[in-house]
Design a protein around this ligand. Structure first.
Ligand code: BJ8
Length: 423
């Protein structure tokens, strides 16, 4: 790996602690990813990104800043990247997915909180993640209570802009989110010093739509049997999409999709035909949280779809490109983003409908509904998910976990028994 120490130092990072993080990742990535057989050649790009995960993209973002651009760090798929891209900025996803950051997060947050929030704040306050350090502004959103309160703590240390998310889906809520996007656009223009025009926003909407379509092609390839790619590999591609350059993301995903489609034509797969197919739903799986997929795919089944924010919710539904005014474009963005069925909405029948629809589309034999500990929103929805799947005759296993590895064997036992039960 190239030496990025000077850059990390300039970003104000804690190099000693960061070395410990960098030392652990190659081993776990090697064990989980590089042990797979017959992986698509297109995954070499994503392996390379992981090998340079705290170097190559942060260096691009540093360069963007030197050239006058701004970096916006985000924690939720409701934040419209299009607006930032249109103003010459870059968006980088910041959700923490590693146990490494949790103890640092617990210094400023109660321990009885979701690990995603604790890891995110731990990465910021521990100064061990260049994506946090390089961000000019954090963009929070009023989704769950834990995140809402955590942004107050983050905001005391770095400029943090809060988007006021609707909690329902009535016509006035769509209108509210249109207004929220418009206010966000004002802030982005102030921070970047770039005036937003309908032409620039139109181009950015088109670019992000292209990225969504490319990601969708890769995911769609998983409808085939045998599967041309593992669930683990698709999860990795999707996680990397949150911080990569959008044009390159689309290009690499399209190249991977070409390869997968050719594999499907040849009937070539990474698991034997007839391998049990699992749809995963629940809380997001932020990089490098690969635990669940790894256990499933080393227990005789394969993950064929993720109804989560690091899955279908990230790329389903395109923004209508026909609007020619900023007002019309904000409305179109609102219409698209409000189709996301996060458990923060009440009532939220759309999520259950999505799970059933996707289970059919991807021909899932069973669903694993896995939530992070202390996430009340998704925990409460477990019963409605289970009831709907029971009605459809789709077996479902509900699990709860965190980022630590100490429950891996217990999870393996339960997941193994579930897969066996699928026949
Ligand atoms: S749109 S899922 S990215 S809010 S897991 S932090 S909800 S306590 S992440 Fe999310 Fe946006 Fe919704 Fe998606 Fe809170 Fe639950 Fe933790 Fe969560």
């Amino acid at each position: 790996m190239t030496d990025y120490r000077d850059m990390w130092q300039d970003l104000g990072m804690d190099l000693e602690t960061h070395d410990l993080l960098c030392a652990a990742l190659p081993q776990s990535f090697g064990d989980i990813y590089l042990t797979q057989e017959n992986r698509p050649e297109g995954m070499a790009f994503y392996d390379f990104v992981v090998s340079e995960i705290h170097g190559i993209r942060p260096a691009e973002l540093v360069k963007l800043k030197e050239d006058g651009g701004k970096v916006f760090g985000t924690f939720c798929v409701f934040v419209p990247d299009e607006v930032v891209v249109a103003c010459g900025g870059a968006v980088t996803g910041l959700c923490g997915g590693s146990q490494f950051w949790v103890p640092e997060g617990e210094k400023v947050l109660p321990s009885g909180m979701c690990p995603l929030i604790k890891a995110s704040l731990g990465a910021h306050f521990g100064k061990t993640c260049p994506y946090f350090s390089v961000s000019d502004v954090y963009v929070g959103e009023t989704t769950c209570d834990g995140k809402k309160k955590a942004y107050e703590i983050l905001g005391a240390d770095k400029q943090t802009y809060l988007m006021d998310m609707p909690q329902m889906k009535r016509p006035q809520d769509y209108e509210k989110w249109t207004g929220g996007i418009s206010a966000f656009a004002r802030m982005v223009q102030e921070v970047t010093g770039v005036e937003l025009t309908a032409e620039k926003l139109g181009d950015a909407i088109h670019l992000i739509n292209e990225k969504r379509q490319a990601l969708a092609r890769v995911h769609a390839a998983r409808k085939a049997d045998p599967l041309p790619i593992s669930g683990k590999d698709v999860l990795l591609m999707t996680q990397i999409a949150f911080f990569d350059d959008p044009a390159r993301c689309a290009q690499m995903a399209n190249a991977l999709a070409d390869e997968l489609e050719a594999r499907i034509e040849r009937g070539e797969g990474v698991f034997p035909k007839g391998t049990k197919r699992i749809l995963v739903t629940g809380t997001p799986l932020a990089i490098p949280n690969w635990k669940l997929h790894h256990i499933i795919e080393t227990s005789g089944a394969a993950v064929v779809c993720e109804e989560i924010c690091t899955g279908t919710r990230y790329f389903e539904h395109l923004v209508d490109e026909s609007a020619t005014t900023l007002e019309g474009q904000f409305q179109a963005l609102s219409d698209r983003y409000m189709q996301n069925n996060c458990a923060c909405f009440t009532p939220n029948p759309g999520r259950v409908e999505d799970i059933v629809r996707l289970a059919r589309e991807y021909r899932a034999d069973g669903v694993i509904d896995c939530n992070l500990k202390f996430c009340t929103l998704y925990d409460v929805e477990k019963s409605s998910v289970a009831a709907a799947l029971e009605q459809e005759g789709i077996p479902c296993l509900a699990l709860e976990t965190d980022y630590a590895d100490n429950d891996s064997e217990q999870l393996r036992t339960r997941i193994g028994a579930f897969i066996e039960m699928l026949g």
